[in-house]
Design a binder for this molecule. Structure first.
Ligand SMILES: Nc1ncnc2c1ncn2[C@@H]1O[C@H](COP(=O)(O)OP(=O)(O)OP(=O)(O)O)[C@@H](O)[C@H]1O
Ligand SMILES: [Mg+2]
Length: 334
């Protein structure tokens, strides 16, 4: 098995901690839209988003009991998120609803040639999430804590993450984490101690390079491993991922011939696939294959949670993956 995790039966498998927001993509818009009095486009529709929401959705669809730990307001956008949770069987006893907060709504402006900018609420729930919204009493009820992205909720800074992770470890949880690029110029130094609690860390190669100041993936992984991360998994888009732990380094290639249509949420789908396989006691390479195959489905559809609807899709993709890379093993299994 890839790491230590409580085998005790618990009400939840995983708690996804981070952002749950409403996204309103507007496309296509033009850069001179202010010159036009009324600007019609074909569709304006709310969708749920946010790293923790995306992960919770996909892990739940892949068959595990998932709690969403995030802050939302007591407003229609918050209700929309809760309704989406109900639809996808996501536990919301872990969610905080605050009457004084507006649920974060992100308006995405996208031009016909794919340039995009986001209008966000700097006082929305994503920016206001604090350690007070972390329901520690729920930690004993789950096996894995997934911190959906370090740096996404700015008030969950390095020292705060240390407090959260210590409590998670005291409850015997395994800790997984992804990251985004720092919003407030935070550095590796700020999160070094927090990283020492992380069992599986999934940065992409650009983020990890920026963070460590190193160029080669080996050097980047060495630095992160040196911070105490037990398993460093550096994602590199269509090129696969590089993994380092105390026993080994390995490259796990991406599924071949995947035509990416929209890579939004690819990282969240990767983490969801990886965590699903971890919960099932799979070895490290199998977890990475599961992650790639989940992301491979996601990138072929527009939106973070449109692609992966059920487990069978991922299993079929894994079968195809094994045929490409391990045809010998396939025969053994027949
Ligand atoms: N162009 C692509 N073709 C095929 N697979 C892809 C492509 N881009 C991403 N993936 C898959 O998605 C995973 C995550 O993508 P990436 O390495 O871009 O991470 P990320 O930058 O964290 O994603 P995100 O933009 O969601 O934060 C990859 O490891 C791979 O499995
Ligand atoms: Mg990412």
């Amino acid at each position: 098995m890839a790491g230590q995790m409580s085998k005790e039966k618990k009400p939840l498998d995983v708690i996804c901690l981070g952002a749950a927001v409403v996204d309103i993509p507007l496309r296509p818009v033009s850069k001179n839209m202010f010159e036009i009095e009324s600007y019609p486009i074909d569709q304006i529709k709310m969708t749920v988003g946010g790293d923790a929401m995306n992960e919770a959705t996909i892990i739940s669809r892949l068959g595990h009991k998932t709690g969403l730990m995030a802050l939302v307001g007591s407003d229609p956008a918050g209700q929309f998120i809760m309704d989406a949770c109900t639809k996808d069987a996501i536990d919301i006893s872990t969610l905080t609803v605050d009457t004084h907060i507006d649920t974060s709504i992100n308006i995405g402006l996208v031009t016909a040639d794919g340039e995009r900018t986001f209008v966000t609420n700097r006082n929305g729930s994503l920016w206001k999430t604090t350690i007070g919204d972390v329901k520690f009493e729920k930690f004993k009820e789950a096996r894995i804590l997934s911190l959906a992205s370090i740096f996404n909720n700015p008030l969950l800074d390095g020292p705060t993450l240390v407090k959260i992770f210590r409590r998670a470890k005291a409850e015997g949880m395994m800790i997984c984490a992804d990251m985004i690029k720092p919003r407030l110029s935070e550095t590796l130094e700020d999160i070094k101690e927090a990283l020492s609690y992380v069992d599986y860390f999934f940065p992409n190669s650009d983020e990890a390079r920026l963070m460590t100041g190193k160029e080669s993936v080996e050097d980047v992984a060495d630095v992160l491993f040196g911070c105490g991360v037990k398993n460093v998994i550096i994602k590199n888009g269509k090129h696969g991922c590089f993994i380092k732990n105390k026993d080994q380094t390995m490259v796990v290639p991406m599924a071949k011939d995947i035509k990416a249509l929209d890579t939004i949420g690819a990282g969240d789908n990767f983490a969801s696939g990886f965590i699903t396989a971890l919960l099932e006691g799979k070895d490290l390479e199998t977890c990475a294959v599961f992650a790639h195959c989940t992301a491979a489905i996601s990138v072929q559809y527009s939106g973070a949670t449109t692609g992966v609807q059920n487990r069978e899709q991922v299993e079929q993709m894994i079968e195809q993956y094994q045929k490409t890379y391990h045809p010998d093993k396939m025969e053994e299994n027949q």
